[in-house]
Design a protein around this ligand. Structure first.
Ligand SMILES: *Cc1c(COP(=O)(O)O)cnc(C)c1O
Length: 487
């Protein structure tokens, strides 16, 4: 016999998962105040929190049987999570590829979470699937792929690359019999997640050719062509060429028209990693950069980079949607009710995921609420700001890298002594982090340390670049004076 009284007691306890209207109002009010404070402070606060010691306070809050109050937990989150570490949503974050965090996207996430529609499958939520597929088709049109293309909205660029590489593997029939003769072509500037993806996809044994780069850090297409010719002569199987649309180090954009032609001639799959640079296609003034992008077989772009969304949004498009589905479509009997009358392809047929966050809403809502023009303007502003910086930093005596194609500029102080200069530039990055609200990162290319200016955050404007230039000048003068004293 079921003890109904006991069951009733359990029901009482579980009803706490459904807050009363009063509690709900209180939570929303407190969250809203949290957001307002955060957004206000983010305009002016530092881009890096050097004190990591407070994270241990989290251990004073173990999971206990009884509930805690939100008003106690919000200050805890501010102290332990918001403060320490890099703050990608700050306007002064110029390191790596900065993040975004448009607020409208958070509302999309919020709605997606409390409605909790099943966005993995058309039958579960046809509206959610249609909405996501409209975003995919919007990007397909942007790239210039045909209608037979399809895509997916995974959590970020790494998973998007994995989905593309997996599709390429099956389309080109790479298997245990030919994997050791199959060749992957990329450059030393290709993002490491591409090789990671190849390894996860069972392609660890492929031959990897690092094609030399030009002075612009783009793939040397003549070298690519002769390497492929040589590999063919040796009886190898040229499999995939990975182009970059915005390398992480320097924002270099490869010559897609040239690579596309080589890929067609050699029968290679042509993949473009446009995780950072892809959405610059929205800027009309930059359209020449993207000539030939439509010749690729697959492309990855990150809305959580250049559409300024919070982390958790990538996108992959495959020109022949069939190849994407062939690599990711599988059926389970327990899903047999879900296959009737599908008019939209389900995300679960184009991705390793089944149940998933309704990620499309965090992208759809900002595009609707702000309009595409806001994104075009913001992207163009970042590009022009970078060109401005590139010119101004030369006037401070810095050596600069190639003219920025997107929104990364590299620069270094150069006295002619490689060892001294490398130390000096690394020290400059540290001094700027310690003595100002700005955060920059460095890279090493051909043994030279470079400072990087990556303008990708939507909150970064001319005033920030000007203020940073002043700080850079001051810190350089101080370091050079110290160097003189010590020499
Ligand atoms: C950021 C980036 C990636 C990785 O994407 P995640 O979203 O961080 O997983 C891959 N390639 C390039 C060029 C990138 O800039």
């Amino acid at each position: 016999m079921v003890d109904e009284q006991y069951l009733k007691a359990l029901e009482n306890e579980s009803s706490f998962l459904e807050p009363t209207q009063e509690i709900l109002d209180e939570w929303l009010k407190q969250s809203n105040n949290y957001a307002k404070d955060f957004l206000k402070e983010r305009q002016t606060d530092h881009s890096f929190g050097p004190d990591f010691s407070k994270i241990s306070i989290l251990e004073d809050y173990p999971f206990q049987e009884s509930p805690r109050q939100l008003e106690e937990l919000i200050p805890l989150l501010k102290k332990t999570v918001d403060e320490p570490g890099v703050r990608p949503s700050s306007p002064g974050h110029f390191g790596y590829i900065p993040g975004g965090g448009v607020y409208s996207s958070a509302i999309g996430d919020f709605i997606a979470a409390f409605t909790n529609n099943f966005a993995g499958m058309y039958f579960g939520s046809p509206g959610a699937v249609k909405l996501e597929n409209m975003l995919i088709r919007w990007m397909i049109e942007m790239v210039g792929y045909p209608k037979s293309a399809f895509g997916n909205l995974p959590s970020g660029g790494s998973i998007a690359n994995l989905i593309a590489i997996t599709s390429a593997r099956d389309a080109k029939k790479i298997n245990s019999l030919n994997v050791r003769q199959s060749v992957i072509y990329l450059t030393h500037q290709t993002h490491h997640c591409v090789i990671k993806a190849a390894q996860i996809a069972g392609l660890r044994e492929c031959i990897v050719r690092q094609i030399p780069v030009t002075a612009q850090f783009t793939m040397d297409t003549a070298a690519l062509k002769s390497q492929i010719d040589q590999d063919k002569e040796e009886g190898l199987n040229p499999f995939i060429i990975v182009g970059s649309c915005g390398t992480t180090d320097t924002g270099a954009v490869d010559d897609f028209a040239a690579i596309g032609q080589i890929a067609t001639e050699s029968g290679c799959w042509f993949h473009i990693d446009a995780a950072y640079g892809g959405f610059y296609m929205l800027v009309q003034a930059m359209e020449d950069l993207f000539k030939g992008v439509e010749l690729s077989d697959s492309i990855v772009m990150d809305p959580h980079k250049t559409l300024f969304l919070p982390y958790g949004s990538g996108a992959v498009l495959v020109k022949s949607g069939k190849h994407l589905l062939d690599a990711h479509h599988e059926v389970g009997n327990y899903l047999q009710d879900a296959f009737d009358n599908d008019t939209e392809i389900s995300p679960s047929d184009a991705s390793p995921e089944l149940s998933k966050h309704f990620r499309g809403l965090r992208m759809w809502l900002p595009l609707q609420l702000h309009g595409v023009a806001s994104f075009r303007a913001t992207l163009e502003e970042k590009h022009v700001l970078t060109l401005y910086f590139h010119e101004e930093v030369k006037k401070l005596g810095f050596v600069v890298g190639p003219t920025p194609q997107l929104s990364v500029s590299i620069y270094r102080y150069d006295t002619g002594d490689l060892e001294i200069d490398n130390r000096l530039n690394l020290d400059l990055a540290i001094a700027i982090r310690e003595n100002s609200k700005y955060f920059i990162s460095t890279t090493t290319i051909d043994d030279k340390v470079w400072l990087r200016m990556a303008v990708v955050n939507f909150r970064t404007h001319l005033s920030h670049i000007k203020e940073y230039l002043g700080i850079l000048k001051k810190e350089t003068t101080t370091l050079l004076a110290n160097a003189k004293i010590h020499s």
